[in-house]
Each structure stands twice: as C-alpha cells, then as structure tokens.
Design a protein around this ligand. Sequence first.
Ligand code: NAD
Length: 265
Amino acid sequence: MKIGIVGCAGRMGQMLVREVLQTPGAHLAGGTERPGTDAVGRDIGELVGFGKLGIAVSASAAEMFQHVDAVIDFTVPPASVEHAKIAASLGKVLIIGTTGMSEAQSRQVEEQAQKARIVMAPNMSVGVTLAAALVEQVARVLDDMYDIEIVEMHHRHKVDAPSGTALGLGRAAAMGRGVSLDQVACKSRDGQTGVRPRGEIGFATLRGGDVVGDHTVIFAAEGERFEITHKASSRQIFAKGAVRAALWCKGRRHGLYSMKDVLGL
Ligand code: NAD
C-alpha cells in the first residue's frame, strides 16, 4: 500500500514516516507540510534521520493524494477536514489522528466518509482501544453509585484539553451507562462547586514535561475504587496503530471507522 503522510515534519508526522518505512506491506510514497515552512522541498528521509529517499516534502496535499492509496493525518482540525474532502473526491483511504475537532468539524469528516474509507480515532494505540472497550463493559455493570472520574496527563506542548483520548474514554463510559456524555460531563471544577451530582462523569487535566499520555478511569464507590489505567511511554504506539489502520482499510467499503473496528472489537 502506497502511503503519504500529511504534516510529515510534526512530532507524530516524523514518527509516522519512520513507521511506514519499517512496516512490511507499507510503502512511503509522499509527505506534505504547510506551505512556507522550512520542511517543504527537503528530502523526507533526511528530515526524519533515515538518509536520502529521493522524495521531496510537498506543500500540496491535493497533488500527493493523487499518487498514494492512503494518507495518514496527524495535523490540525481545519487541515484534517480539508484532507477528508480531498480523500472523498478521489475515493482514497484517510487515517485521521488529529484531536480537538469541533462537533461541526467531526460532522464534516463523517459526511466525506460516504465517498472514502476514513478511520478516525483520538487515540490510535491498541492498548487504549482495549482500555476503552473495558471501560464500557465495566460502566455497563456498575451503576451510578460508582462515581466515574477520568484523570489524564500530557506533555506541556499539548494545546487541547481534556485530551481526545480522555473524552473518548468518557464516551465509552457514558455508552456503557446508556447516557450521553454531553449531558453528564464535568470538564473542570473550581471554587464552590456544591456536592458531586450523581451520574456525573468528571475530568481532570494535568500538563507538564514530556509525558506522552497517561489516562486513568476511576470508578469510586463507598468502600471500593476500581481503576483502569493506560500509560504510553512512546509515541510510536500511535504511529503503529495508524499504519495498522491504513493497511486494514484495503478492500473495505467506504465509511467512517474507529480503532475498535480495526481491532475487530
Ligand atoms: P505537531 O504540531 O508536532 O505536528 C503537526 C504538524 O502538522 C506540524 O508539522 C504542522 O506544520 C503540520 N500541519 C498543520 N497544518 C498543515 C497542513 N494544512 N498541511 C500539512 N501539514 C500541516 O503536533 P503533534 O504532536 O504531531 O500532534 C498532531 C495532532 O495529532 C494533534 O491533534 C495531537 O493531539 C494528535 N495526536 C493524536 C494521537 C492519536 O493517537 N490519535 C496521538 C498523538 C497525537
């Protein structure tokens, strides 16, 4: 499968380039960056410390999409929406790891999936996908006498909060309980908050240092506390999951898929 990486000079973009180069069945066929940035025109292999590959970083996603089977996108929400439109116009595979999308932006991506195979997941790691499946199962069994709190910590460069993964875990818990996350979520607390409402799903956000991504979902009741934790120590797990998702799309129908689909959960 010929794979292109948009945003290939980014933290995840570089990981993705290296992962594609090391994955059997995947072939690196291009990379893009924002027009005007230093990376444009440079050799993509040299950019990631792999040695010359003879592929220059392009500033045009539309051009790159033409000669690849799949594109992996860990950039920013407006760019990912644009990439979804291009993928739909050409019927290509698009893997979106970008987080922080508004509801309207997510809807736009969903609409494009009628004409493309799109996998979108706030966390592409196999471990987190399994953790979300467990959270949903536990929330289905435990009633709302168990207070659900989700604690996450990420590096100091992260720009959105709570993390897309924390929100994804919250949605899994809400689904297990048969409620809508929007109606029960409490994303921050400050000052005289009053007592905790029954059924609330709370979030706490920590930022600092170089933490790749820690998430804990706590089910706290009188007399016991049940916790499900995932700790990422390398960003490579996200790149691995994204490349696995791209290869999984081969031969699938158009539609919007999640990592749960990719893992057959
Ligand atoms: P980053 O800022 O290091 O990289 C983003 C890159 O995208 C930059 O190089 C930027 O120049 C490029 N970019 C922006 N607009 C572009 C455009 N129109 N065309 C081409 N390139 C463009 O950020 P990062 O740490 O790599 O994270 C990127 C995104 O991925 C964030 O939303 C982050 O939360 C998300 N993320 C998701 C997962 C997951 O598993 N789903 C894991 C890690 C990070």
